[in-house]
Design a binder for this molecule. Structure first.
Ligand SMILES: NC(=O)C1=CN([C@@H]2O[C@H](COP(=O)(O)OP(=O)(O)OC[C@H]3O[C@@H](n4cnc5c(N)ncnc54)[C@H](O)[C@@H]3O)[C@@H](O)[C@H]2O)C=CC1
Ligand SMILES: O=C(O)/C=C\C(=O)CC(=O)O
Length: 363
């Protein structure tokens, strides 16, 4: 493989603490390091027990628990969370939970500039990115702003022991998708490539162990490490066809995030493969295959994950309007996204059969 002739790479300041039990034992120290004295803890309804344990550990520096995080961050949730943070007189937030809790913490940071500490409990990777998302009027908007990048990330593999196997698998594939798209992004770079390859190898290695034994703390640690690397890849690069397709399906058609990533990834990659040979080489090495889209599709099937958008509840009649939205949004992608191309990807994902080259093997 030839060395890329030019690239740029930006590092943002973020401290990472990684150890079993860290959610409770390290979060107060991270708040103190940042000089924070009044923290609002943000979580989803189902994550409240863990969030309360973190709140207890924060003691007097906890200004309250706001347990209203939902997927895709509806704009009205962001409004309420900003009111809560102001009413509490908080000088920072701690998001405890999956990408939804971290997403609500980011929405607060975006509007108020307050610093965020993330304590992730899934493999979404959001904690390592300056990417925010908000859903309003049936459409999801995303953007990048350094102010939403968590200043400190507390990785506690024990938090993920309770993650049910189906979400373990699909959230793991959400992380894989970050690595995949970073490899063919316009701002890809050698360091991103190294992180992506290691992240894919570690996640694909850990998931079968977790499907067999979700209490395997060593495999949990390896998967969380992989999520860190894959999230860092997303944080450093621009998203393409795959992520944009998932945002349309999530924001406009209400499909669940990680499951949608799992279904779409093999088909989006099959579409982009002819225009991204270098990415395919790296991914092939990490997964030990010469047919990466097929290997991802088989991995999902072997681990019992959904493989079609039909299974996730998309109506056949939604395929065409979803494709029109995907093709109608300008974004960076190694292969131009035509209306026919977007329709072919979505139709294949709707049906869920083995991924085939889309529109021939040349761009
Ligand atoms: N901005 C970014 O960089 C990224 C943002 N996201 C956003 O994150 C959201 C999806 O996040 P996910 O983590 O996939 O799901 P989630 O945060 O919505 O969690 C899914 C469900 O699992 C539960 N859960 C979470 N952790 C658990 C645990 N350890 N044990 C038991 N149950 C647990 C939650 O309470 C929730 O009911 C979407 O809104 C997506 O757009 C996702 C990836 C990157
Ligand atoms: O699709 C992803 O996994 C990455 C980014 C987002 O979800 C954007 C967001 O809603 O925060």
């Amino acid at each position: 493989m030839t060395f890329p002739s030019e690239f740029s790479y930006e590092t943002r300041p973020v401290r990472v603490v990684f150890r079993p039990g860290a959610a409770v034992t390290a979060t107060p120290d991270e708040a103190a390091r940042l000089g924070l004295r009044r923290l609002l803890v943000v979580c989803g309804g189902r994550g409240e027990t863990v969030a309360r344990a973190v709140a207890d550990a924060l003691g007097d520096t906890c200004a309250g628990v706001h347990a209203e995080a939902r997927m895709h961050v509806p704009a009205e949730d962001a409004d309420r969370a900003v009111e809560a943070v102001r009413a509490a007189g908080a000088d920072g937030c701690v998001a405890v939970g999956g990408g939804s809790a971290i997403g609500l913490g980011k929405a607060i940071a975006l509007r108020t500039g307050l610093p965020l500490i993330a304590v992730p409990s899934t493999y979404s990777g959001s904690e390592m990115t300056p990417v925010w998302g908000l859903t309003e009027h049936g459409a999801k908007r995303t953007g990048r702003d350094p102010v939403v990048q968590p200043r400190s990330v507390v990785y506690d593999p024990r938090l993920t022991l309770s993650l049910p196997v189906p979400l373990t698998v699909t959230s793991g594939v959400n992380a894989l998708a970050h690595a995949v798209e970073s490899l063919y992004a316009p701002d890809a770079s050698p360091l991103v490539s190294v992180m992506a390859e290691e992240g894919v190898r570690a996640m694909a290695g850990a998931l079968p162990h977790l499907a067999a034994d979700p209490q395997d703390l060593d495999a949990r640690s390896r998967a969380l490490y992989a999520a860190w690397l894959c999230g860092a890849c997303l944080g450093a690069t621009t998203m393409g066809l795959h992520h944009k397709t998932c945002h349309v399906l999530g924001g406009t058609f209400g499909l669940p995030h990680a499951e949608t990533h799992t279904v779409v990834l093999p088909y989006a990659l099959a579409y982009n493969a002819p225009a991204a040979p270098r990415a395919l080489t790296v991914l092939g090495r990490a997964l030990g295959t010469d047919d990466v889209p097929r290997a991802l599709w088989e991995l999902a099937g072997r681990l019992g994950a959904p493989r079609s958008l039909a299974e996730l509840g998309l109506e056949e009649a939604d395929v065409a309007p979803a494709a029109a939205r995907v093709a109608g949004e300008p974004y960076a992608n190694p292969r131009p996204v035509t209306a026919d191309g977007a329709r072919a990807v979505l139709r294949a994902a709707y049906e869920g059969g083995p991924p085939e080259p889309v529109g021939g093997t040349t761009v």
